[in-house]
Design a protein around this ligand. Structure first.
Ligand code: OGA
Ligand code: MN
Length: 293
């Protein structure tokens, strides 16, 4: 019995069922999951409750995990806690740096593009969901790229973009980033275009961490990045996930942007656990764009 893979939208995303993470599954199923991931970019696994160890083991069958960011709750572990609740059960101070840092997830972004090696994939499991809000929305930069006129696509070849976590945090408030985090995560260069290593389909490495296009004026850079964002977040390139506890959604950070919708952080509670699969290498080395990674 193979997996059941049902598209979520005409452009990207699939609901994947017919296997059990807890029950165990063989490498043939794993290969089918990997093939669906390369093709659909976002995989929704319904009714797959896991604890942290089970999520880590499942994720490690798919790749090598990143450590969590400096200054985050549980920094250096393999799971990121995307939440308004502290480990001791108290709510985060809504105006404190920890809460602000997490809240900047409301802007369209791709995970870890501010690191020299951007993330390949993220897996998010819903452990506790708020009564309202808190959906996660995805936008395909692959569908966006493919929708661009060939003349625009040609203009993008060879461009390098500067990604900087300070840029995305400053969209909310500069206080969202601590001095320790600023020092640990300097700006990095990324290739604007990426090609999927399996199917060759291209996508855009943009989002809230993208500060500017290398070598371009502020105005030209802003204009092109805005044009590319507008093409990406068109309704036909997006999928909005409404969570049920026990859901896992896995996404391709090379091919989609995502954002977390707001919820009542002061009176309600939301706990999502993320594991992140590391990419294979930097997209730019010494100013030179690397062949596909
Ligand atoms: C993330 C993220 C959004 C959300 O986990 O990387 O951006 O909806 N999450 O929690
Ligand atoms: Mn994210």
């Amino acid at each position: 019995m193979g997996l059941t893979v049902e598209p979520l939208t005409p452009a990207f995303g699939a609901r994947v069922s017919g296997f059990s993470i807890r029950g165990g599954f063989d490498d043939r199923v794993l290969a089918e999951i990997e093939a669906a991931f390369e093709e659909y970019s976002v995989l929704y696994f319904p009714s797959q409750p896991v604890d942290d160890d089970e999520q880590i083991s499942f994720s490690e069958r798919l790749g090598v995990l990143e450590g969590t960011l400096p200054g985050a709750v549980g920094a250096g572990t393999k799971v990121a806690r995307i939440t308004n609740v502290m480990p001791d059960g108290t709510l985060k101070d809504p105006n404190g740096q920890q809460a602000l840092f997490t809240r900047a997830n409301i802007f369209w972004h791709t995970d870890s593009s501010f690191k020299p090696v951007p993330a390949k994939a993220s897996l998010l499991s819903a452990r506790r969901i708020p009564n309202a809000g808190g959906d996660t929305e995805f936008a395909s930069t692959r569908a966006a790229y493919e929708s661009l006129p060939p003349s625009t696509q040609a203009r993008l070849e060879g461009l390098i973009v500067i990604h900087d976590i300070a840029h995305s945090r400053a969209m909310l408030t500069p206080e969202a980033l601590s001095a320790e985090q600023r020092a640990a995560m300097p700006p990095v260069e990324q290739s604007l275009l990426r090609a999927n290593p399996v199917n060759g389909r291209k996508s855009l490495l943009i989002g809230s961490h993208t500060a500017r296009i290398k070598g371009w004026s502020e105005a030209d850079s802003k204009a092109l990045l805005e044009e590319l964002m507008a093409a990406t977040i068109r309704p036909e390139h997006t999928y909005r996930h409404k969570w049920t506890v026990g859901d896992i959604v896995m996404w391709d950070n090379r091919a989609v942007l995502h954002r977390g919708h707001e919820y009542d952080e002061i009176n309600d509670r939301r706990l999502m656990i993320r594991t992140t699969l590391a990419g294979y290498g930097p997209t730019v080395v010494d100013g030179a764009i690397q062949a596909e990674l």
